[in-house]
Every structure is written in structure tokens, then in C-alpha cells.
Write a protein that binds this ligand. Structure first.
Ligand SMILES: *Cc1c(COP(=O)(O)O)cnc(C)c1O
Length: 809
């Protein structure tokens, strides 16, 4: 990684930069070159680079103030940003300077990069999307702030012990964080509980508790360093750090209770919410970061515009899923209680300012809070929600909605224990509600939001997700980037859709050779990494078949594993056939309380142990479960993938973005007609993707009419044998019943259609084998994938949000 995809644009000369690093080492870290350890060089490198970034940052902020431009505010519970050094160097065009400066001291940039912890402030696609969006916003020169929580431990670190997932705290801040800037002066009091008092005409909320939210800023550099935006993460501290009287009376722990309470707010992402205390903590976290962000946005506005009524002209607030949807009530509270607006006017301003992105149709993922909890924690917000609700229900009645529709639209779920519906709140409080892929958006209209869509037919729109080509092509795959530049020039570096120029060269054998050489080198690098970290030897000439994503039943890692077992059987029964050597690579975390997902991880590891040590498969099949899947691991695996597994039960994956990253790096997709797979197929063409399985409509039909998986299992010999082998303990001789229930679920109801899709999936896999035998054809298809997925750049997605939702330039 010694070169930029582009030549330097604003860097000082190498020797000058080198001198700067040494100055930083001396004056900021307090060491000279002789005393400096690797970690000191790492910090000095980032501080030195940061100095160049800061100049751009201040300049960007100044430009926004001068022009009075509208700002975009992206509120998200997650920002899965990963490492920043390579990204910032590349976007600033300073990779070569850094490389040369470090080399002058006998240091290797690649080694320095490995010292950076992976900022795991997210769980999966939703958090990574937020990170890609931040980079694209800066690239498109749109003034923007990301708002979230500065989790001290973030998402857990996954270890695999005896094949089981074990969760450990992620200590990414253990050595400090050279990227962040404490903005102690930027702080807000966030209240919880207490009572609402009516005084004269005014309403006053007297919270029972308060914590202080203070800002910690990280600069986000856009491509070619055009603009630097701010990721503002909130940290919590008590108003009273210690109760000295209690401490001196001997109650040393009790005296620090407030500190602990504040701490727990910013400790981990998604604390388990199986207990009432866990639920309450989740709601507190959501309100904490949302309220701090909304107060910051409103403060910034009134500081420069004297009229709160112009907020929608200067601010666009995007809610990334429902986690920040209490923003609607908080913004209304500020309008009414702090700025004296009437409800009607406040409501119109709120809707003009706010917009909401839905990320899932899974009913269990649609947030709602027990009403008593919500009312106790946020009594004033509860009143506001009631006021909004009666307004909405009046509108619904006027529009002729029947009782069933009215109760579906209501912000309060009255069907059992009363609950506050956060998705409905976000929907009614926003002028735009978007899905993240075409199919998902259509299903939103027909399912979860059918009734709200009926009442507000203009509100739902689609914005198909994207990924930043900087991180997911230029930085993670410099070899491929070089080959593409040599083939079609540099235009694609600034406009990913220019990758289409590769189409004309797809059948050019010479380009195919060069793309294949790069792919092989990436596979060798991944194989080396896996040999070093897991002591498993992989053949880089085998087909690398990759399924990397959170472990969830709807994503169907289990379908892949069942097919793996079937293939294993086949290879052993017919050793004489010409099998295509395969490496099955799995990676992903399971939610700590999700029993079946954790069992799937164990199954992958059980199958891996058995298959990898069976001499009778002669190395034709290897199975690897790579622990602790995160952004950095994705950056290693994706450039080395031949086949991308996107096999969710149709209708259940909102979009997927892993599918885009893999296609962009020349992997062929095997997938269902789900999420963005459909749009990928539309662009790369039917011949360059392998589609199988039921459609979303067929899945819905089967579920509605009752379907008998037993019949399917009986009719498929291969499936039946694979299921029996797993259920009877062939892969778990130490506990033969381990998978009986998991496999029993397939026989009983097969909710995720593993049995229903098996034959079609297995046939598709054999078709993949046949394609692989024709290497020239495979390479041409890989090139056509790279050429036609430039549209899935998050630059395109952000440009659409800017034009259709935010109304910014
Ligand atoms: C892209 C990405 C995801 C999302 O993957 P999907 O296949 O779309 O679910 C999750 N985690 C990480 C680390 C990623 O980079």
C-alpha cells in the first residue's frame, strides 16, 4: 500500500512531512526518534496527518457559515467506521508522503496501519451505511454532521472457543484515540423522569435526573480532501462527579453512583434488552444521544438565524432507522416549550425538517416501548405524542379510515400491554420515509406501513443503498484499482459509473488475465492471514466462496451449511468426479441472546473441524469460520472472494450492501431475488449472476397457505441425507442432539424456506462449478460485474437524498 490511486494534491514534500512527524513526536508525544516505540510513531503519524486535515476542516466549516448553506444532520445509533488512517491518507492524497516519511525511519506504513483499532461502533449494514454516507457527504461537498454515541466498548469482540461464540468487550479506546477532539464546551443537560408542571400559560418539565452530554468530534475527509465534515459522538458525565458527603461518610461506591449511571449510557451498543433494566437502558441511550443532537442543531440555528421558523431551510435531519425517532417529540418540545410556537406550526416545521429511513420489515425489529416506561422516563414527550396522535387520528377519520386502519395508524399500540410505536412516530413526523432498495420499498407500502401509506401516499420513496468506492475498491483493493486505471484511465476514480468503460474490454483475454492475477494475489494474502491466525491452510487456486454478514436465520447461513454437508457427501460418494475445489468462508457475529444464530456458528465450526480433517475429500473442500468479522476483515476478505453468497429468504433482506462490495471487487453473486440483489441483476445482466429460489411473492404465498416442508424433504434425497447427518450428530459426536431442534424447525415449519429453496440452491451451486471450469468465461463475467455496479456508489445514493429529500444543492 505504498501508492495513492491519485497523485498527491495538497501535500507538503516528503522531507517536509517527515520533519513534521518528528516534530510531532517530540512536542506532542514527548519522545525523540530513539525513544519512540511503534505506538508512538503510530500516534505521531496520525497527529501529523491530522494537522493537514484540520486546516481543511476549519476551512469547510467557515465556508458553510459564510454561505449560510443548509446542513444535513444524520442521526444514527451506529457508525461502523472501521480504521481511518488509510482512508484519510488516501482521500488527502498523502499516502506516498506518509509511506516515504515512515520508511526514512525504517518503518512500514502497512505495519503502522495494523496498530489502529477497528472502531466497532456498529453492528452491521445499517452502521456501515452511516459510515459510507458520511464519506460520500464530504466527497459531494455537502455540509453535514453525523450524530451518535461514543461507545467506550461498542460492539462486542467475538472469540470462538470450542466452536462457540464468546463475547468479549471491545477495548478500542484502551490506548486513546488520536482522531478525536474533545469539545467540552459543547455540552447539554439531558433530563430523565420527573414531572411536568403547568405554570401560567407555560408547561415546564422538571426532570428528576440529569446527565451531561458532551461532544467528541472526529473529522471525516471526503475524496480528494475537498471537504471535511464532522462526526459528533456524545459522551456522558454526571453533573456531580462524586457526592463528597457520602464518600466521607464511608459510602465509597454509593458516592460514585451518578458516575456509574452516566457511564452505563455510553458503555456498549445494544445492551441486552431481555430484562426491564436492559430495556430502560436502551431507551435512555436513544433519548440521550437524540436529545443532545437536536439541542445542538437548534442551538446552531438560533445562533446564526434569529428565527426558529427558518429551521427547515437550514437543517435536514435524517433518522437512520427508528432508534433516534424520539427526535420528533424532542424537536416538538423545543419548538413549543422553549420557543413558544403553537402545536400546529411546530408540527409543520417538524415534518419539513425531519425524514426517516426504514431498514427492516421484520416485526421484531420495529421498536416499541411499554407505555408506562416511556411515560415515566419522558413524561413531557409522552404528552406531546398524545397530542400528535389525536391530530393524526383526526386526519385519519376525516380521510375515511375504518377502525382497523385507525388502530394500525395510532402511535399507541392498544392490542395488548400498551406500547409506543416508534416507527409510526417517525413516519408521521417526517416529510419523507424511504426504503433502501426497490423491492423493500414496495413491500413497506404493502406490509408494515400499508395503513400509513394509505393515509399519506406521497411520503414513501426509495433510495437504494450504496457503498463508498474509496474504501471498498480503491483502498481495499489497490491491485485491482491499478489494473482498472491501466485499462480505462482515471475517470472512474471520481465517478464510479465510469467503470462501465470496462464493458468494452470484458472479453479481452489480456485484461481477464490481469484481473485474475490480482484476484489470485489477494487470495494468497487472505490465505496467509488465515494460516497465521487460524492455522488452516487454503489453496489459493480453489474457488473462494464467501458468506460474511451478521448471523441471522433470514440470511440463511444454515442453507449454505446444509449444502456444504451435501457437497461433502457427494465428494465422498463420487471421488472419481472432477470436483471444483472450494473454500467456504463464513464470518459474522450473532446477537448475544439469539440462540439459533449462535448454534449456527457452532455448526459451521463443527462442520469445519470434520471436513478439514477428512483425508477422503482430498482438500477439495475446506470450511473456515473467521472470527470477529468487522470492517478490517471485510477489507481483507472481499478482494479475495470469487463467489458472493446473498441467499436470504426472499422479501426479508431490505437491501444488503455486502452484495455491492463483493460485486465491485469482481465476485459473482449467487443469490435470491431479494433486496438490492434484484437491482444488481438488472445492471450486471442475467448471464453474470446466479439467481435461484423462491421469489418474495412465492414465499408470502407459501407462508399464507401453509406449506409442508416434510414433503419437500422426502422428495429430495440429497437434502434429506444432509439434514439427517446434521440432526443425528455426525458433526457433533460429543453431543449428538445438539442440532436436533434446529433441524427439527426445518421439518416442522421451515419459516425461512431452507428446505423449499434447497434443490434450487444446490443446482445453482453446481452451475457455478460448471462456470468455474471455463476460466475465461468466469473472468469476463467478473469484469462485467465490476463494470456495471458503479451505480451502487454511495455518492449516487447521497446525491438522490440531497435532491429528493433534503433539498440541498
Ligand atoms: C458491509 C458490511 C456489512 C453488511 O453486510 P450485508 O451482507 O449487507 O449484511 C456488515 N458488516 C460489515 C463489517 C460490513 O463491512
Amino acid at each position: 500500500m505504498a501508492t495513492d490511486p491519485v497523485s498527491p494534491i495538497l501535500a507538503p514534500g516528503p522531507s517536509e512531512f517527515d520533519a513534521h512527524i518528528v516534530r510531532v513526536l517530540r512536542h506532542r508525544i514527548g519522545k525523540n526518534e530513539r525513544a519512540a516505540k511503534m505506538h508512538d510513531w503510530y500516534n505521531a503519524s496520525i497527529y501529523a496527518l491530522r494537522d493537514a486535515i484540520i486546516d481543511r476542516w476549519i476551512e469547510s466549516t467557515h465556508r458553510t457559515y459564510e454561505s449560510g448553506a443548509k446542513r444535513v444532520y444524520y442521526l444514527s445509533m451506529e457508525f461502523l467506521i472501521g480504521r481511518l488512517l488509510r482512508d484519510a491518507l488516501s482521500n488527502m492524497g498523502m499516502t506516498r508522503e506518509m509511506d516515504e516519511a515512515l520508511r526514512a525511519h525504517g518503518l512500514d506504513l502497512a505495519e503502522i496501519e495494523e496498530l489502529e483499532p477497528d472502531a466497532a461502533l456498529g453492528n452491521g449494514g445499517l452502521g456501515r451505511l452511516a459510515a459510507c454516507f458520511m464519506e460520500s457527504l464530504a466527497t459531494l461537498d455537502i455540509p453535514a454532521y453525523g450524530y451518535g454515541i461514543r461507545y467506550v466498548n461498542g460492539m462486542f469482540r467475538q472469540r470462538i472457543k470450542d466452536g462457540w461464540q464468546v463475547e468479549l468487550p471491545e477495548t478500542w479506546l484502551a490506548h486513546g484515540n488520536p482522531w478525536e477532539f474533545d469539545r467540552m464546551e459543547c455540552s447539554y443537560r439531558i433530563g430523565f423522569g420527573g414531572e411536568v408542571l403547568a405554570r401560567d400559560d407555560d408547561v415546564v418539565w422538571k426532570p428528576a435526573e440529569e446527565v451531561e452530554a458532551s461532544a467528541v468530534d472526529t473529522p471525516v475527509v471526503g475524496w480528494r480532501g475537498k471537504r471535511v465534515n464532522t462526526l459528533r459522538l456524545w459522551t456522558a458525565s454526571p453533573l456531580d462527579p462524586i457526592r463528597l458527603d457520602a464518600f466521607n461518610a464511608g459510602d465509597h461506591f454509593g458516592a460514585l453512583e451518578e458516575q456509574v449511571r452516566a457511564d452505563s449510557l455510553v458503555r456498549v451498543l445494544y445492551p441486552a434488552d431481555g430484562t426491564p433494566a436492559g430495556q430502560e437502558l436502551r431507551l435512555r441511550q436513544e433519548y440521550f444521544f437524540t436529545a443532545a443532537s437536536i439541542q445542538d442543531i437548534v442551538r446552531r440555528h438560533v445562533q446564526y438565524a434569529d428565527d426558529i421558523r427558518t429551521l427547515p431551510d437550514k437543517a435536514a435531519i435524517q433518522l437512520n432507522d427508528t432508534h433516534p425517532s424520539v427526535a420528533v417529540a424532542e424537536l416538538m418540545r423545543l419548538f413549543i416549550d422553549e420557543h413558544g410556537l403553537e402545536l400546529n406550526e411546530a408540527w409543520e416545521l417538524c415534518k419539513k425538517t425531519v425524514s426517516y429511513t426504514n431498514h427492516t420489515l421484520l416485526p421484531e425489529a420495529l421498536e416499541s416501548w411499554p407505555l408506562p416506561l416511556f411515560e415515566r422516563l419522558l413524561p413531557r414527550h409522552m404528552q406531546i405524542i398524545y397530542a400528535i396522535n389525536s391530530r393524526i387520528l383526526r386526519e385519519a377519520r376525516k380521510a375515511g379510515c375504518d377502525d382497523a386502519r385507525i388502530s394500525a395508524i395510532s402511535l399507541i399500540d392498544e392490542s395488548g400491554e400498551r406500547r409506543v410505536r416508534m416507527a409510526n412516530l417517525a413516519f408521521v413526523g417526517a416529510h419523507s420515509v424511504n426504503g433502501v432498495a426497490a423491492l423493500h420499498t414496495e413491500l413497506m407500502k404493502k406490509t408494515v406501513f400499508a395503513d400509513l401509506h394509505h393515509l399519506y401516499p406521497q411520503r414513501i420513496n426509495n433510495k437504494t443503498n450504496g457503498v463508498t468506492p474509496r474504501r471498498w475498491l480503491h483502498q481495499c483493493n489497490p491491485g485491482l484499482t491499478r489494473v482498472i486505471r491501466e485499462a480505462i484511465g482515471d475517470a472512474f476514480l471520481d465517478d464510479a459509473e465510469k467503470l462501465a468503460d470496462l464493458n468494452a474490454l470484458a472479453d479481452d483475454g489480456a485484461l481477464g488475465e490481469r484481473v485474475a492475477e490480482v484476484k489470485r494475489a489477494n487470495k494468497v494474502a487472505l490465505a496467509d492471514h488465515i494460516k497465521q491466525t487460524m492455522n488452516i491452510r487454503l489453496d489459493p487456486d480453489a474457488l473462494f466462496d464467501v458468506q460474511i454478514k451478521r448471523i441471522h436465520e433470514y440470511k440463511r447461513q444454515l442453507l449454505n451449511l446444509i449444502e456444504t454437508v451435501a457437497l461433502y457427501d457427494q465428494i465422498r460418494s463420487h471421488p472419481e468426479r472432477d470436483w471444483v475445489p472450494r473454500v467456504k468462508i463464513f464470518g459474522g457475529k450473532a446477537a448475544p441472546t439469539y440462540h439459533n444464530a449462535k448454534l449456527v456458528i457452532k455448526l459451521a465450526n463443527d462442520i469445519a473441524r470434520r471436513v478439514n480433517s477428512d483425508p477422503s475429500v482430498g482438500g477439495l473442500l475446506k470450511v473456515v469460520f473467521v472470527p470477529n468479522y468487522n470492517v478490517s476483515l471485510a477489507e481483507r476478505i472481499i478482494p479475495a472472494a470469487d463467489l458472493s453468497e446473498q441467499i436470504s429468504t426472499a422479501g426479508m433482506e431490505a437491501s444488503g450492501t455486502g452484495n455491492m462490495k463483493l460485486a465491485l471487487n469482481g465476485a459473482l453473486t449467487i443469490g435470491t431475488l431479494d433486496g438490492a440483489n434484484i437491482e444488481i441483476r438488472d445492471r450486471v445482466g442475467d448471464e453474470n449472476i446466479v439467481i435461484f429460489g423462491l421469489t418474495a411473492e412465492q414465499v408470502a404465498e407459501k407462508r399464507a397457505n401453509g406449506y409442508d416442508p416434510r414433503e419437500v424433504v422426502e422428495s429430495s434425497l440429497e437434502l434429506g441425507q444432509a439434514l439427517s447427518a446434521i440432526a443425528s450428530g455426525v458433526f457433533s459426536p460429543d453431543d449428538p442432539n445438539r442440532y436436533a431442534e434446529l433441524i427439527g424447525g426445518i421439518h416442522d415449519h421451515d419459516w425461512f424456506m431452507c428446505a423449499a429453496d434447497f434443490d434450487s440452491y444446490a443446482a445453482a451451486q453446481r452451475a457455478v462449478d460448471t462456470r468455474w471450469e471455463d476460466q475465461a468465461g468466469w473472468r469476463a463475467a467478473a469484469i462485467r460485474n465490476i463494470a456495471n455496479v458503479g451505480w451502487f456508489s454511495s455518492d449516487r445514493t447521497i446525491a438522490e437524498y440531497a435532491r429528493d429529500i433534503w433539498n440541498v444543492r
